[in-house]
Write a protein that binds this ligand. Structure first.
Ligand code: ATP
Length: 470
């Protein structure tokens, strides 16, 4: 129960804090519920003091918001969550030993503190701490819900897992935040390890890569560091846009990258944008990124969002009524991470209040998230964004002109208004120069058809959804 409460708390903190702060201070915390206490374990005193000072009040506030007078007492300690005994050590050995504790051990501020580990848990041979695999075993192909928006990416990832180093190298996944790039990347890594438990698969966030390199330079161990990186079977680097402006790291990465590709070792990269659009990264590196296969993951459509919610609820053994999943999916459109956050919140609220999970219940539990979303996407905003995108005048959104160059963008804007806001067809019609609701309906159908047939319109529509929802 407290797990879902903490998860809900984490989701909110992740939304509220700049990602670097979140990754640095909050992500490494481990949690355990002990009676009425929720104990947070920090990897060292520095992190403990920082979190206590900067975030404890907000965490307490969130716990109270979500669990009311049943909210647990927040305690904080240096240490790590006691490791539960492993029922079947054989299953663990050599395959997927990395859990939270390993990530924590890798924390940049983890000055020599080693979390408790079970002796049953395998270590990766002589690999130095920074090159532990870091794979998150809960990110698999099995629990990745497929839909139109991620079909290609998933298929490519499966190919890479089947033929690492030879199918597509590098595999470059890009798309906005929270759409499953990291998940897919780990799924490939997990699958490679599943088939070959000896494979050295290393996952790294790009910021971590840079920090490690700096440390290796400071401690005169850069040669060893290079050797280790170049010896892996698969290197997974997340969010490589953070390499921007870090020239020395790019240089090292460039050589490592070439060495891996030459040796047919798999490289998988993710970024929030198309390689050529990453500013502050050398051209030669960007062009190398495109040598294999570059694929976008788009925001999931409604059916996929519902399927993701149902799947995640099922994984948490939570009985989520379909209409509630539909309601949440309809309202939260841009990002799977937000969907998960919403679900965790609903679960936490339901567990703590014991109330039945209805649409009204979800509305209440998600009040602030929904309000935020409504504020973000207004018809006004859609009209402005579409007009700018197609370089037409804003007044043409409501003009009577039927010329194709303005009528098509207008139809797209109407379809976006239907998809991204909760306004009714007549309300949308009124906002577009007093048009009839049947005109809006026709526009929505037309745009849907065009998205199937015409690649440019499909891409324009996704770009606009992304811009409007971010
Ligand atoms: N298709 C999907 N099926 C199931 N879960 C998904 C899917 N897509 C995303 N998720 C979940 O959404 C959350 C966010 O995904 P992930 O961290 O992979 O996003 P990301 O694209 O790497 O984001 P960022 O760019 O911010 O790193 C994860 O918990 C992931 O499991």
């Amino acid at each position: 129960m407290s797990d879902s409460l903490w998860q809900a708390c984490l989701e909110t903190l992740q939304r509220e804090l700049p990602s670097q702060q979140y990754n640095m201070w909050v992500r490494p915390l481990q949690v355990q519920a002990i009676n009425q206490d929720l104990v947070l374990y920090a990897p060292n005193k520095f992190v403990l003091d920082w979190v206590r000072d900067k975030y404890a009040d907000r965490i307490n506030e969130l716990l109270k918001e979500m669990a009311g007078d049943k909210s647990p007492n927040l305690k904080m300690e240096v240490g790590s969550k006691p490791v539960a005994p492993i029922a079947n050590p054989k299953l663990e050995l050599g395959n997927k030993p990395q859990g939270q504790a390993v990530g924590q051990n890798n924390h940049p501020l983890n000055n020599g503190f080693a979390p408790q580990r079970s002796n049953n848990v395998a270590h990766l041979g002589q690999t130095p701490p920074s090159l532990r695999s870091n794979l998150r075993e809960n990110y698999t192909f099995d629990n990745f819900v497929e839909g139109k928006s991620n079909q290609l990416a998933r298929a490519a990832a499966t190919q890479v897992a089947d033929n690492p180093g030879t199918a597509f190298n590098p595999l470059f996944l890009y798309g906005s935040t929270g759409l499953g790039k990291t998940h897919l990347m780990h799924a490939v890594g997990n699958e490679i390890r599943e088939r070959n438990p000896d494979a050295k698969v290393v996952y790294m966030h790009s910021e971590r890569f840079v920090q490690d390199m700096v440390k290796a330079i400071q401690t005169n161990s850069i040669e060893e560091w290079k050797r280790h990186y170049r010896s892996v079977d698969a290197l997974l680097i997340d969010d490589i846009q953070f390499f921007a402006g870090k020239e020395r790291s790019q240089e090292e990465f460039f050589h490592t990258f070439n060495a891996l590709l030459e040796g047919n070792h798999q490289v998988i990269l993710t970024s929030d944008r198309y390689p050529k659009e990453i500013e502050g990264v050398e051209e030669r590196l960007k062009s190398r990124f495109g040598w294999g296969l570059t694929i976008i993951i788009e925001p999931p459509e409604l059916e996929t969002r519902v399927a993701i919610l149902m799947k995640k609820a099922q994984e948490s053994n939570f009985d989520l009524p379909h209409e509630v999943a539909f309601f949440i999916a309809k309202r939260l459109r841009s990002n799977v991470r937000d969907l998960e956050g919403a679900l965790n919140r609903v679960i936490a609220n339901a567990n703590f209040t014991g109330k039945a999970v209805t649409i009204d219940f979800a509305k209440e539990a998600l009040r602030d998230m929904l309000a935020l979303q409504e504020k973000l996407v207004t018809i006004d905003n859609i009209q402005k964004t579409v007009a700018e995108y197609y370089k037409i005048k804003l007044v043409d959104m409501s003009s009577k002109s039927r010329s194709r160059s303005v009528a098509r963008p207008r139809q797209i804007a109407m379809a976006l208004a239907k998809e991204l806001t909760n306004h009714s067809l007549p309300e949308i019609g009124a906002a577009f120069g007093g048009r009839d609701h049947t005109t809006v309906l026709h526009a929505c159908r037309k745009v849907n058809d065009l998205r199937e047939e015409n690649h440019d319109i499909k891409e324009d529509f996704s770009n606009l959804v992304r811009t409007l929802s971010s």
